[in-house]
Design a protein around this ligand. Structure first.
Ligand SMILES: NC(=O)c1ccc[n+]([C@@H]2O[C@H](COP(=O)([O-])OP(=O)(O)OC[C@H]3O[C@@H](n4cnc5c(N)ncnc54)[C@H](O)[C@@H]3O)[C@@H](O)[C@H]2O)c1
Length: 250
């Protein structure tokens, strides 16, 4: 029996990388998936792939740094499908790789707008749509940078640390309402975002800092996002779970 039969799920940043893998896996496990992203062309391609494989999906163009877009995404989901069961807040951006002394205030604001404010906007509307049903699951995609610092990624690490505080706090606030809220901390996962961080040579070298001596695959993050969304994780809330090939164990 598929794990998410009859569930309605929203995945932000579903047009690429980790979000795409989560949306495809959720749909394969029987969920109706609402894919959200700024990138309309790629988002519609992923929705088309899910439909072609016999799944159920729709794409809604969304910029998560815009509160009205997040409100519309969740309200439209409820209008179309009657409820929201699972929300995976995955959309994110890395921003320019610069030390804090060279990072502009505009760069700082953009990363915070997408990676932290965007997660808050989505959670706000997701929680309010879940409360009447006394159930729901929210999965926020943080990073190992939710736990440790990274040179040249000050805004990114600050936003991802903030995401973790928001996740734990909301988990406490809504535990008695049947809403589970957790965060995943991927290490380097081989996606367009990870490759954009540095030169191809440095990218190839950096994998040696991982105990497993390789980067992760989007599907390896999606596996945990599926488990957390499923009833197998019914006693798990307020947790931060790394998927990092042992990086933060060092
Ligand atoms: N790839 C990694 O190494 C890695 C490591 C740790 C955490 N993460 C996190 O995983 C998530 C997904 O990253 P990825 O590697 O798959 O990146 P990616 O660049 O492949 O995908 C990012 C997705 O987010 C969307 N997006 C970006 N800004 C948006 C906005 N303002 N509104 C709506 N959608 C927006 C993009 O369109 C795309 O669909 C991010 O939150 C990222 O911080 C990635």
């Amino acid at each position: 029996m598929p794990l998410l039969t009859g569930k309605v799920a929203v995945v932000t940043g579903a047009s690429s990388g980790i979000g795409r893998a989560i949306a495809v896996l959720y749909a394969g496990e029987g969920a109706t998936v609402v894919l959200a992203s700024r990138n309309e062309d790629n988002g519609r391609v992923v929705a088309g792939e899910i439909l072609a494989a016999g799944g159920d999906a729709v794409f809604i163009k969304t910029d998560v740094s815009n509160e009205r877009d997040c409100e519309r995404l969740i309200k439209e989901t409820v209008r179309l499908y009657g409820r929201l069961d699972i929300a995976c807040n995955n959309a994110g951006t890395m921003g320019p790789a610069k030390p804090v002394g060279r990072l502009s205030a505009d760069d700082w604001r953009h990363v915070m707008d997408v990676n932290l404010h965007g997660v808050f906007y989505c959670m706000h509307y997701e929680i309010n749509s879940m409360l009447p049903h006394n159930s729901g699951v929210i999965i926020n995609i943080g990073s190992i940078a939710s736990q440790v610092g990274f040179k040249n990624l000050g805004a990114y690490a600050a936003a991802k640390h903030g995401l973790l505080g928001l996740t734990k706090t909301a988990a406490l606030e809504y535990a008695e309402n049947g809403i589970r809220i957790n965060a995943i901390g991927p290490g380097t996962i081989d996606t367009p975002m990870a490759r954009s961080y540095t030169s191809p040579d440095k990218y190839a070298q950096f994998r040696k800092v991982y105990p497993v001596k390789r980067y992760g695959l989007p599907e390896e993050v999606a596996g945990l996002a599926l488990w957390l969304a499923s009833d197998y994780a019914s006693f798990v809330t307020g947790a931060f779970i790394p998927v990092d090939g042992g990086y933060t164990a060092q």
